[in-house]
Each structure stands twice: as structure tokens, then as C-alpha cells.
Design a protein around this ligand. Sequence first.
Ligand code: 0O2
Length: 209
Amino acid sequence: MKHWDQFLAPYKQAVEELKVKLKGMRKQFEQASSHSPIEFVTGRVKPIASILDKANQKGIPLDKLETEMQDIAGLRMMCQFVDDIKRVVRLLRNRNDFEIVEERDYISHKKVSGYRSYHMVICYPVQTIDGEKKILVEIQIRTLAMNFWATIEHSLNYKYKGQFPEDIQMRLQRAAEAAFRLDEEMSLIRGEIQEAQAFFTKKKEQQDK
Ligand code: 0O2
């Protein structure tokens, strides 16, 4: 267990640091009184049991985890609109506190399961008492609708271990299509929504003064 604590420590540090940094981007948009493409940010270090399961499934030797398992440290950035995702991706590409190693666009190319999300794998330098350590971190960028679907599907996947009964499989496919249409509908009234949100933010600021 001591070994795992030591192994996971830089991953925990990377997640904590990146949560502050990525949440900070949202704050900056708020301070500039402009629409934030980031709704909220979450982060986690993969539980040891999930690391072992995934290593087993994918045939990754435990001494190769650092280089071959890209999502031990994971961040999620949720956006209101599909177009916000592109904006967030551009913002991340412009940063110079990490390097982008890989990008996977499961929005233009959704997975067979119906999963949609934009994945970015970055190499993030963590400063430790033994010097700099570079850590792979996966950032998943998705809309609230994509996140809703993925969260539900993930819990069902856990229950059925990927072997969904036919009716559940069909419902999940339909739910994925509904989430896609929801994103499309929201994009069409984006201007209207943002105007209303800006109005309420201003009103709240005036009340707080
Ligand atoms: P957890 O519990 O989220 O950590 P693979 O795992 O083979 O699909 P790979 O190469 O690891 O693929 O990379 P990928 O697909 O870019 O990222 C894997 C992560 O994306 C998953 O982590 C999920 O978080 C998410 N994901 C990918 N496909 C799906 C899907 O069909 N449904 C849902 N709900 N999430 C998905 P883990 O390790 O599976 O789990």
C-alpha cells in the first residue's frame, strides 16, 4: 500500500494543481463578464482497483503504467454548448504549462456505445522534492448533455460489466441520440440563453453590492 501511495502521490498533486488552474480559467471569464465556455471542472485519481482492472483488460504490465495508462489522473471540463468545447480545446492548446501528447475526438467520431466527448492527453510537469516528474493526464471535455449520458452509462456498465440486456442497450442508444439532439436544440437558441444568463449575472452582481 505504501508503494501505491508513493506511486499515486504525483498524480494526486497533478489533479489538485490542474483543478485550480482550469477552474481559474472559468473565474477569469466571470471577472471579464464574458460567457464562460467552461461550466464546471472535476478531477479524480483513478482508484487502485480500477487501475488494476484496466491494466488486466488491456494487458498493461504494472511496471509500464506510467507510460501506458493515460488516465490515472483525469480532469473533466463541462461546457454548456458543443461550440464551447472547441473554444476550450483552443484555450488548452495555447497554454504553456503542459504539452499535449494526443487528442481524441469522440464528438466527430462517436464511440459505438454512443459515447461522445473530446479527450486530450497532456504531459504535465509536477515539481517534487526529488525534482520534476512528468505525468500523463487525460482531460475530457464535454457538454452537460454528453456528461449526463456518460455518467448514467458508466454506472450501468459497472452493474452489467459491459454486457447490457438488449432493452437497456436500445434505451442507451436512444438516450445518446436524444442527448445529441438536446445539444443541437440548445445550440440553436444559444444567443437567447446567453443573453438571459448575462442579464441574471448582472442583476445578481447588483444585489450583492
Ligand atoms: P473511468 O472510470 O472513467 O476512469 P478505452 O478505455 O479502451 O475505451 P482508452 O484507450 O483508455 O479507451 O482511452 P479513451 O477511450 O480515450 O478514454 C477512456 C475513458 O473515456 C474511460 O475511462 C471513460 O472515462 C471514458 N469513456 C470512453 N468510452 C466510454 C463509454 O463508452 N462510456 C462511458 N461512459 N465512458 C467512456 P475508463 O477507464 O473506462 O473509466
